[in-house]
Design a protein around this ligand. Sequence first.
Ligand code: C5P
Length: 220
Amino acid sequence: MTDIPVLTIDGPSGSGKGTLAQRMASHLGWHYLDSGALYRVLAHAALKHQLPLHEAEPLAELAARLDVEFLLEGQHLQVWLEGEDVSLKIRSEQAGNAASKVAALPAVRAALLQRQRNFRQAPGLVTDGRDMGTVVFPDANFKVFLTASAEVRAGRRYKQLKEKGIESNLSDLIAEISERDQRDTGRSVAPLQAANDALVLDSSALGIDAVVKTICDYVR
Ligand code: C5P
């Protein structure tokens, strides 16, 4: 254990936790870990190397030797896999769904645990995901669980994808988000749930600036 401070932000997909985490990291001057990107990159690498998404052992092996690099450029996170910039490719809904399949395998989660903990570097770490406050950093100083209704989250995702030039369909997004929520909440290992000591915030009716302000007040 270490005394380097950590702020964990967990929640379902599209709750705004990624934007909040990046804003908080930049505000505090701390490092940032997007743990979902790790599962997305792993699923992408599995598809690239033609590994089925349900085969725990080869996937865990791949996870252990995954050649991935994160570069935070201002508010933009660049993700490199085996020397290729996959930042855009891993953001599709299909990539998110594939990620939630590999993320349901206990051996895969175990293989990625220490890699995530290694991001805890001075002066501090802001991290977002599903199990940051419950499993990866249970001793975190500040824990947030950010949520919003499935419809609001799908609407936000639609807008985000459009801004990135990715076309999508709103009702498909609602169905995909609900399916992913169910898989993430119902899995046996590290299910999506708020830590007992987390600040739970529903962002359905809140803009990102209001959410950032609430969390700044909490951390202060
Ligand atoms: O947060 P994001 O949508 O990028 O995560 C993609 C998927 O990765 C999630 O649906 C979830 O299944 C998985 N994940 C996880 N644990 C984390 C972060 C993401 O299981 N800490």
